[in-house]
Write a protein that binds this ligand. Structure first.
Ligand code: IVH
Length: 672
C-alpha cells in the first residue's frame, strides 16, 4: 500500500465515522449537531472520493444505503435461534393469571420484575452483526426460516450498518420491529392515490410491503424506521443479567430502542403501564396494537422456556378492537357496475388508530333496517384489516329527535333512471344500464382492471375523466382513443399518455377467459369465465348456447345461465363485442379435447410466497388447468403453504390434505 493510498483510506474512514455519528444523532437520538447542509457536504465529499476510487467502497459505507438492483427472488435464511411469536392477552385477569403461572413455575413468592414495552405494529426483523458490521437482515418468515432482505433493510436510516463502541460481540443477532409512521403512511397512500395505484390498508401492510420489495430502491424511497426489542444469538460476550440491561447495551451500540420502554416491579406495575400507553396511543406518531411484558431476569427467562412458538416469559397485552364513536352526517347511494345501489354513510371524520375514517358502508337497505340506522345517529364504526369500515351499531340512547330516516331513492342519483328491487333480493338496482354514467364508469374500470384486460394506468380517476369528457362511453371506445385526446386530459403528461396508449394496445392480446370476465356479465366471475371458455372454446359457441347447454358447465346454475343468455341477447352487447373484436382484441385458440396437466386438481394457497404473489401463483396454476379455491375441504388436492400460513394449513393437516411448500410448488410450475 502506498502512502497516498493509506491517506485516502483514512480520509474515507474519517468521513464514514463522521457521517455515522451525525446519522446516529439525527435518526436515533433525534438530536442533530450539524445543519442538513453540512451533513450533505460530508456525504458528497465521500461520494466523490468513492466515485474516483470504487475499489475503496465498503459495503457498510453510508453511501450504500440507496438500494441495490432488483432481485428475482429472496433467498431463505435459517434463523440460528427461532424467531418466536407472543401469546395474546386482552384482560387484566389474563395478565394476573400470566403472572401467577410464572410465580408457580419459578417457585418464587416475591414480586416478579418485568420489562414493559410498546407492541409496535410492523414487521419483525432479525439483524445479524459480525464484528460490528451488519451482514444480514431477515424477516421472521415461519419463525425458523425467513427471507433475506439485507439490501432492503440497509436502506433504513435507523438501522446502523456498523455498531459503535468497544467490546462488541463477535456475532450479534438483534430482533426488532420495522414500522412506518402514521403520517408517512397517509402520505404514501395519498401519493399512490394520485398515481392511481393501490393503497395500503394499514401502516403494518405498508411497512411489510416496503420491506418485501424485490427492488430495494423502492424500499429506499419509503420512510421506514426500526425499534429493537431483543436479541437472538450472541457470541463472544457475556450478557448482562436483565433484559432491560440488554436493551441499554443495544442502545449504546447505536441501535434504536423505544424510549417508552419501562421496568415494572410487579404485575400491578404492568397494568399501570398498559393504562398509560392506552392513553398515549393516539398521540404516538406510529401505531401500537398493545404492550408486551417480559420477565426481566434472563436467568428466569431461561428457566421458564417456551411452549410451541411462544415464550412462557412474555405476553402481549393487546388493546381492544379498533372501534370509534362518531355521527352519521349524511347517507348517499353509490351505483356499482351492475347498477347495485349501496348506501354509504358520510361520517363526521374520526381517527381509528392512525387512520381517519369518513365513510362507512351500510351494505344494503336490509342491513340499514336491521341495525335501525338513521341519518344523525351516533354510531360505533369499526375498521378491521383491509375491509371497508362499517357501522357496527347505533347508540340509541344518544338519538335525538332530529334524526332522519334513510330512504331508498326512487330514481338513480346519477342518471335518474328508475330503481328496481326484485322480490327476495336485498339489493336495489338502477335500471339505467350503460345509459347510467356510474355503471358505465364501473364497467370500464372492471374491463381495464388487472385481472380482466389488465390495462395498466387506466385507473379510477382516469376513467372518471374519460367518461366525463365524453371520450369514452362504451368499452369499445377505449380502443379508438387517440394519443392527442388522452394527452389533452388534465394532469396527463405526454409520457403517461404514450404509456397508456401502449398499454391499451398491449391489452388487445388476451385470453378468451379474460375477455369473457372483462365483459362484466352478472355473476360471471373469473372462475366461471374460465370454465365457460374451456367448455365452449369459441365465442361463437358461447353466444349461441342454449340455457341447458350453459348449465352443463361446472359452477353455472339456472340464475347464472339466465344472466349469460340475457347478456348475449341484447343487441347493444353484441354490437359492443363486434367493435371490440374489430379493434383487434384476439386470443389464442383453445384446442378441442385439449387436456391441461393440472386439470381436475384443486389448489388452495395460504401464507406468503417469496417468488411471486398469491395472485401470480394462482394465474400460473390456472394456466395449467388447476382450480384455485379459497377454502380447504376434503376435495382439495393440495394446499400450498407459504410463510406465516395460518388456519388453512391447520385445516389441511386435520383433513389429511397434501401440503406443498414453496419449492415444491415451483417444481410443479417449472416442470410443466
Ligand atoms: S418480543 C420471544 N417485543 O409482535 C419474543 N415483540 O406477536 C418475541 N412485536 O413477532 C417477540 N413489539 O414482531 C416483542 N416489544 C416487542 C414487540 C414485539 C412488536 C411484534 C413482533 C412479534 C410479534 C408477536
Amino acid at each position: 500500500m502506498t502512502i497516498a493510498d493509506d491517506k485516502l483510506r483514512r480520509e474515507i474512514e474519517t468521513l464514514h465515522q463522521q457521517i455515522y455519528d451525525h446519522n446516529y444523532r439525527y435518526y436515533v437520538l433525534d438530536d442533530p449537531s450539524v445543519t442538513d447542509a453540512d451533513y450533505d457536504k460530508l456525504f458528497q465529499q465521500l461520494k466523490k472520493l468513492e466515485e474516483k476510487h470504487p475499489e475503496l467502497i465498503s459495503p457498510d459505507s453510508p453511501t450504500q444505503r440507496v438500494g441495490a438492483p432488483p432481485l428475482k427472488i429472496f433467498s431463505n435464511v435459517t434463523h440460528s435461534i427461532p424467531m418466536l411469536s407472543l401469546d395474546n392477552a386482552f384482560t387484566e385477569e389474563d395478565i394476573l393469571a400470566f403472572d401467577q403461572r410464572i410465580h408457580e413455575r419459578l417457585h418464587i413468592e416475591a414480586p416478579i420484575e418485568y420489562s414493559c414495552e410498546p407492541k409496535l405494529d410492523g414487521l419483525a426483523i432479525s439483524l445479524r452483526y459480525e464484528n460490528g458490521s451488519l451482514v444480514q437482515a431477515a424477516t421472521r418468515g415461519d419463525g425458523s426460516v425467513g427471507e433475506d432482505v439485507t439490501d432492503n433493510i440497509k436502506t433504513i436510516r435507523t438501522v446502523p450498518l456498523t455498531l459503535q463502541g468497544r467490546n462488541l460481540p463477535a456475532v450479534l443477532e438483534v430482533r426488532g420491529e420495522v414500522f412506518i409512521s402514521k403520517k408517512s403512511f397517509n402520505l404514501l397512500n395519498e401519493q399512490a392515490e394520485a398515481r392511481q395505484e393501490k393503497t395500503f390498508a394499514n401502516p403494518r401492510n405498508a411497512a411489510a410491503g416496503s420491506v418485501r420489495q424485490l427492488d430495494s430502491r423502492i424500499t429506499a424511497s419509503r420512510p421506514l424506521a426500526i425499534y429493537c426489542y431483543g436479541i437472538g444469538l450472541v457470541e463472544g460476550m457475556k450478557l448482562p443479567a436483565k433484559h432491560s440491561e440488554v436493551l441499554a447495551c443495544l442502545s449504546n451500540w447505536g441501535l434504536r430502542v423505544s424510549p417508552l420502554i419501562a421496568v415494572a416491579q410487579d404485575a400491578a406495575g404492568c397494568l399501570a403501564y398498559y393504562q398509560q400507553m392506552a392513553k398515549k396511543r393516539d398521540a404516538l406518531p406510529y401505531e401500537i396494537d398493545g404492550v408486551v411484558y417480559k420477565v426481566n431476569s434472563l436467568a428466569e427467562q431461561e428457566r421458564l422456556g417456551f411452549v410451541s412458538r411462544a415464550p412462557r416469559w412474555a405476553i402481549a397485552h393487546k388493546f381492544p378492537a379498533e372501534e370509534a364513536h362518531t355521527i352519521i352526517e349524511e347517507v348517499e347511494f353509490q351505483v356499482g357496475r351492475t347498477g347495485a345501489l349501496t348506501p354509504v354513510a358520510r361520517l363526521k371524520p374520526v381517527h381509528v388508530h392512525g387512520v381517519t375514517i369518513s365513510n362507512a358502508t351500510l351494505h344494503n337497505m336490509d342491513e340499514v333496517r336491521r341495525k335501525d340506522i338513521h341519518i344523525g345517529d351516533h354510531v360505533i364504526v369499526r375498521r378491521a384489516g383491509d375491509v371497508i369500515p362499517e357501522v357496527v351499531s347505533v347508540i340509541t340512547a344518544k338519538r335525538s329527535s332530529q334524526v332522519r330516516k334513510i330512504k331508498l331513492p326512487k330514481h338513480c342519483p346519477v342518471c335518474h333512471s328508475a330503481i328496481e328491487q326484485i322480490e327476495g333480493e336485498a339489493v336495489a338496482r338502477c335500471t339505467g344500464k350503460l345509459f347510467c354514467s356510474a355503471q358505465r364508469k364501473e364497467a370500464i374500470r372492471h374491463f381495464a382492471s388487472r385481472r380482466a384486460m389488465n390495462i395498466e394506468g387506466l385507473g379510477d380517476k382516469l376513467v372518471e375523466q374519460l367518461v366525463d369528457a365524453g371520450l369514452v362511453s362504451s368499452l369499445a371506445d377505449i380502443y379508438s382513443l387517440t394519443l392527442e385526446q388522452t394527452a389533452n386530459l388534465e394532469r396527463m403528461g405526454e409520457k403517461s399518455a404514450q404509456n397508456l396508449f401502449e398499454e391499451i394496445n398491449k391489452s388487445k392480446k388476451t385470453t378468451f377467459a379474460r375477455f369473457l370476465y372483462s365483459l362484466g356479465i352478472r355473476e360471471v366471475g373469473e372462475a366461471t369465465a374460465k370454465q365457460l371458455a374451456l367448455h365452449f372454446k369459441t365465442l361463437q359457441a358461447l353466444q349461441t348456447a342454449s340455457i341447458e347447454s350453459l348449465q352443463a358447465v361446472e359452477d353455472v346454475g339456472p340464475v347464472v345461465a339466465m344472466h349469460i343468455l340475457h347478456f348475449f341477447q341484447e343487441a347493444h352487447n353484441r354490437e359492443m363485442i363486434r367493435k371490440l373484436l374489430q379493434a383487434g382484441i384476439h386470443w389464442p385458440k383453445i384446442e378441442a379435447g385439449h387436456q391441461l396437466p393440472l386439470q381436475g386438481k384443486t389448489f388452495v394457497l395460504t401464507g406468503t410466497l417469496s417468488a411471486m404473489t398469491r395472485d401470480e401463483a394462482k394465474e400460473h396454476l390456472e394456466k395449467l388447468g388447476a382450480k384455485v379455491a379459497g377454502s380447504v375441504s376434503s376435495k382439495t388436492s393440495y394446499v400450498v403453504a407459504g410463510v406465516e400460513a395460518g388456519s388453512k394449513l391447520d385445516k389441511a393437516n386435520k383433513l389429511g390434505v397434501a401440503v406443498l411448500d414453496e419449492p415444491a410448488l415451483m417444481k410443479i410450475l417449472s416442470k410443466r
